[in-house]
Design a protein around this ligand. Structure first.
Ligand code: PLP
Length: 379
């Protein structure tokens, strides 16, 4: 089946008891045990809930995995995966990782005896030389946030496999519609379901998928043991969002392409980062491992003052933290996603006061351009 069909028909879309057209929200914390010596599937909702199970099945299907796990947020999913490590383990992560992941690694996991080396993972040699005997995990994001750097997933997976390192990819920016890292040999895929998967800026959620059974058991131990599970209402919202993921992503990606070309040609724009532009570094590799450039782009104005005036005059996009909604979302990495990153670290990554990130929504691209055009006139 093609992805569009799978997003609607994974075998769990109809309620088996009533035939209802969506999975019921099982708003229950516990389950009556029919037998005194019960071995029934559901006993307590932290350990398992039928609504959550349906969502976990769907995300596993869409990522081409065997096991899915739903967490209370993207960060709960990412830290859940990191918690499978033990004290003394070493992590190699791409340097322009999501700000929240950077904070968790440098301020929380460092206290637990888990150190991280941040490397420019678009260079495979740098990954290779950062791996030490005690390195247990390689954490990657491609395209990265917010400068959309590309990492060769197959190459990274090969290096990691050779050295016995587990590979983890944060696939939030692409969604499984555009990129399925397991197909490139990646062990663990994580998502902030808050973004494209949910798609409507109305739910916070995280997902993890794996192919390997032993790894799945370790992640389940953390999901159940730490308890950062996704509630049934939010599982349902995510399943509802996923049904339209292919059409939303297709439309938003098309708009992002139009905007990237428009901005790249605009004299007031210093730089545009978008994997669909010919000059984007790693663009070729990206299109080998993904089905499209995505719906997120970043661009640079002269400085923070230009950004302030531009944002004040813009009418259409939400100016907000987040991405992947039906409405276009403009964010300011310096003060939002990367506020937790120290300034020197930010600047090395090109995240300066002039940089803005744009997540294309479903508005008419003409209206968006008109709005951007009038706001650019004022700077
Ligand atoms: C938003 C985001 C996260 C964190 O997800 P939450 O649902 O906000 O906890 C992680 N990675 C990326 C790439 C994100 O955009």
């Amino acid at each position: 089946m093609k992805f569009q069909t799978k997003a609607l028909h994974t075998g769990v879309e109809v309620d088996p008891i009533t035939g209802a057209s969506s999975v019921p929200i099982y708003q229950a914390s516990t389950f009556h045990q029919e037998e005194f010596d019960s071995t029934q599937e559901f006993d307590y909702a932290r350990s398992g809930n039928p609504t959550r199970k349906a969502l976990e099945h769907i995300i596993a299907e869409l990522e081409g995995a065997n096991y899915g796990f739903a967490f209370a947020s993207g960060m709960a999913a990412i830290t859940g995966v990191l918690l499978t490590l033990s004290s003394g383990s070493h992590v190699v992560a791409c340097e322009d990782i999501y700000g929240g992941s950077f904070r968790a690694l440098t301020r929380v996991f460092s206290r637990l005896g888990i150190q991280t080396a941040f490397v420019d993972a678009s260079d495979l040699d740098k990954i290779d030389s950062a791996i030490r005997p005690e390195t247990k995990m390689l954490l990657l994001e491609t395209p990265s946030n917010p400068t959309l750097k590309i990492i060769d997933l197959k190459g990274a997976a090969e290096i990691a496999k050779r050295k016995g390192v587990i590979t983890v990819v944060d696939n939030t920016f692409m969604s499984p519609f555009l990129q399925r890292p397991h197909e490139s040999g990646i062990d663990v895929v994580v998502h902030s379901g808050t973004k494209f998967l949910g798609g409507h800026s109305d739910v916070v959620a995280g997902l993890v998928t794996v192919r390997d059974e032993a790894l799945a058991k370790e992640i389940y131990l953390i999901q159940n043991g730490f308890g950062g599970v996704l509630g049934p209402q939010d599982c349902w919202l995510l399943m509802r969002g996923i049904k339209t993921l292919p059409v939303r992503m297709t439309q938003s990606q098309q708009t992002a392409g139009v905007l990237a070309n428009y901005l790249a040609a605009h004299p007031k724009i210093k730089k545009v980062y978008y994997p669909g532009l010919d000059e984007h570094p790693g663009g070729k590799i990206h299109l080998q491992q993904a089905d499209g450039p995505g719906a997120v782009l970043s661009f640079e104005l002269d400085d923070a003052e230009a950004v302030r005036r531009f944002v004040k005059d813009l009418q259409l996009p939400m100016f907000a933290v987040s991405l992947g909604g039906v409405e276009s979302i403009l964010s300011y990495p310096v003060k939002m996603s990367h506020a937790a990153m120290p300034e020197p670290e930010r600047l090395i990554r090109g995240i300066n006061g002039g940089l803005l990130r744009f997540s294309a929504g479903l508005e008419s691209p003409e209206d968006l351009i008109e709005d951007i055009e009038q706001a650019l006139k004022g700077i």
